[in-house]
Design a protein around this ligand. Sequence first.
Ligand SMILES: [Fe+2]
Length: 354
Amino acid sequence: MRKVGLGDSINGSILARTIFTLDNDVLLTAGTVLTSRVIKKLLDYGITEVYIEDEMSQGIAVPETIKEEILTMVKSQVKAMMTLPEIKTSVDVNKVTELIEKLLTEILKSDDVIINLSDIRSIDDYTFSHSVNVSIFSLITGITLDFSRESLKDLGIGSLLHDVGKVMIDKKLLDKPSVLTLSEYEEVKRHTFYGYDILRNSPGIGPMAHSIALYHHERVDGSGYPYSLKGRDIPLAARITAVADVYDALTTTRSYRKGMHPSHVIDYMYSLSDKHFDSRILKAFFQHIANYPIGTGVILNTGEKGIISEYNHVMPNRPVVRILFDAKGNKLSRYIERDLSRKPECRIVDVWDF
Ligand SMILES: [Fe+2]
């Protein structure tokens, strides 16, 4: 199984994972042949990537940290909650707590906390998927940093609702594909205050969640907003959410740009260590993120090309690679599984979209 961009090149491939809509309906069942008509239907729906089963990726299993059904169910409930008219004044704490408990139980159950969110979603559902992903990433970081169960719950709620203030902002402004004018940007930035007000007005939602809504755009060097706070003046939970928020935003495909590959985002975010992001949090977070998710196409320094077939939890840059093409670009008649942890001279130099 591997994840590929949706297009004519995969015409005839078999869909490897069922695709759900955020209204909890099945859009397409695993096993369906991707004909040009089916591909068009998915593209019309705003889907840009799918998992396929093909000869090159045969036998490669992509693990699910959180079961697809649970993820879809939580996302659809977040969508239902965020589209209620009452959301502009307050949030139902019982509903949010229930969703966070579900996510937390799933995460704690998984012995493999290398995150590989299957992440097949419609571009139109970005807001809801993004909220849930940020919450999952924040919870995993909180677990790594030894947060208590009670604090994890508060961290989960706050990170899930970090952008709730955006419900007060004109949707056209939020979806604008071109650069915002200065005054438009000032208005978008106000979502931090709006969110803070909504959460303060929600009985049962605690101060950790309030501070996440207010401070998740602060940066440790003081270059963020709304108050240009620095370092530890920014509450820990907001520093965690900031990392999770940026990681998910950069890896996601939007209507106006393709998502960056995790390995590139990790390099980029590390380059901003102790500038935008708290270095301790980056380390805790990336400990659980697959920089080369299983099924990713990679190029080796030898010029050979292949796909990741197994993780290496101890040395994440040295996974097992299934070599499919030689240095001259010729397809091998039989692939070779190469364990990079046993081949120190061999390393990954880039990712490859195929
Ligand atoms: Fe935000």
